[in-house]
Write a protein that binds this ligand. Structure first.
Ligand SMILES: Nc1nc2c(ncn2[C@@H]2O[C@H](COP(=O)(O)OP(=O)(O)O)[C@@H](O)[C@H]2O)c(=O)[nH]1
Ligand SMILES: [Mg+2]
Ligand SMILES: [Zn+2]
Length: 332
């Protein structure tokens, strides 16, 4: 059977949206967004950087999945998804006891935060950062709504100073009035997942980069998704910007890390590896001669970073889970 390669661009529970690629299979055409349904059960393969993929067995396609489609015999406007290609990477979050794949095969994550309305959410930021690091994708950190404050509060400033120190690209923006040249340059091509709590400015950034017509697409999808408790990621792509695709996850409130294990979460904090621990497999909890704890004592490593690391370990669900009393300092 002749199939066509396509990009999954919408996930709506019972069906999907796909964008078939051009004949050369390089550039998505977006000449048409097709409704698509899988034929039977699809086998989704995705290997993590360091681990097997047993625990990431999934049944649902995600935005960014590359699939093979054929035309439905009854309705030529509907595509049948016959097979799915292996993912090169994926961003997941845990929510209500299950893991949700927010996007696959991306080039990077644009992590959106704001300084006011909503206030800078350190927990969300730390977890999303760790997930993006574990997935091995590029990260751009946007601090939006700078126009709403005269200066950053001391706590946020400490956090951002540390992020700069560990080389996380940081963009202070007031997206309502425009996108900085440096952020525009960073986002001139590639497939990016816009990750951030509701109200941080994802739609605003999307509109600024792809043009106002994309808003309309977003509104339609909002209606299609039905219940507002579900979050259906949508990929936006405009022929006028054929090197740029943006994935929006509307209505995101929580970013759980329960789907990860302790070794992955440790990988999500690559800045800790600069501190030498006695044991190579040190989880920096109650082990002796831990370089991370020494760094905390000498204030080389700020408390917030360790606190969020431990709080992520606390939520996971396996044998490495820290026991009560393991926490070393400053953790409530
Ligand atoms: N003051 C201010 N408001 C902004 C800025 N960026 C976005 N907003 C507003 O914040 C609200 C939420 O923005 P939106 O893009 O819908 O956020 P989303 O939920 O992440 O998609 C809207 O009313 C925007 O107009 C900004 O830079 N400054
Ligand atoms: Mg939005
Ligand atoms: Zn250690």
């Amino acid at each position: 059977m002749a199939t066509l390669r396509a990009w999954v661009a919408g996930v709506f529970g019972a069906y999907y949206h796909v964008l078939p690629f051009e004949q050369n299979f390089e550039t998505p055409s977006l000449s048409k967004r097709y409704k698509a349904k899988p034929r039977g059960k699809l086998r989704i393969e995705y290997r993590e950087k360091n681990l097997g993929y047993n625990k990431l067995k999934e049944s649902l396609l995600a935005i960014g999945d590359i699939v093979e489609v054929s035309q439905d015999a009854q309705n030529e406007d509907v595509m049948v998804i016959e097979a799915v290609h292996e993912r090169k990477n994926a961003i997941h979050r845990a929510s209500f006891g299950r893991q949700q794949c927010l996007a696959a095969n991306i080039d990077g994550v644009v992590l959106l935060t704001s300084v006011r309305s909503p206030d800078f959410n350190l927990g969300f930021t730390e977890r999303a950062l760790a997930e993006a690091v574990i997935a091995g994708v590029t990260i751009l950190l946007v601090v939006n709504k700078m126009d709403l404050v005269n200066a950053l509060d001391e706590e946020t400033q400490t956090v951002l100073d540390y992020y700069s120190k560990i080389q996380i690209p940081l963009f202070k923006e007031s997206l309502l009035s425009g996108v900085s040249t440096s952020l525009k340059d960073a986002l001139n091509r590639g497939t990016w997942l816009l990750l951030g709590q509701s109200g941080t400015g994802k739609s605003t950034l999307m509109n600024r980069l792809l043009g106002e017509e994309k808003q309309a697409v977003g509104e339609i999808s909002q209606i299609e998704k039905g219940r507002h408790t579900t979050t259906n990621p949508i990929l936006y792509y405009s022929e006028a910007h054929d090197n740029l695709a943006l994935i929006d996850v509307p209505g995101l409130r929580e970013f759980g890390m329960r789907h990860r294990d302790a070794l992955e979460i440790r990988d999500g904090f690559p800045d800790f590896t600069q501190f030498a621990c006695r044991f190579e497999n040190c989880l920096h909890l109650n082990e002796p001669n831990c370089g991370v704890k020494e760094a905390l004592l000498s204030n080389t490593l700020p408390d917030f970073r360790y606190k969020h690391y431990v709080s992520m370990l606390e939520t996971i669900d396996e044998k490495f889970k820290p026991r009560k009393g393991d926490y070393w300092r400053g953790i409530k």
